[in-house]
Design a protein. Sequence first.
Length: 94
Amino acid sequence: MLMKNSVRATSILLKDLLRVVTMSDQRATYDAKLAEIERLGKDIQDGRVSVDELPAVVERGKGLLFECKAMLECATAQVEASLKEIDDGDDAPN
């Protein structure tokens, strides 16, 4: 019984560690996308984007915004699922 509980605890810890690493990777990606959006906006404001380049730059920014929104929605869903597990009294995270 002790061995079974130890294996179960180790499994839970490994799953939690994987979640932290995954969220950390997503955060770095999110931060990079957000930084690029900010840079694109600054380039436009400062006149470093020509009229010819403007549509492509705006499209790039729009795509990055949609990606960031999707990442935030995913993170929100993960947090809500974890909170539901806690509220429901589940003792083993997915």
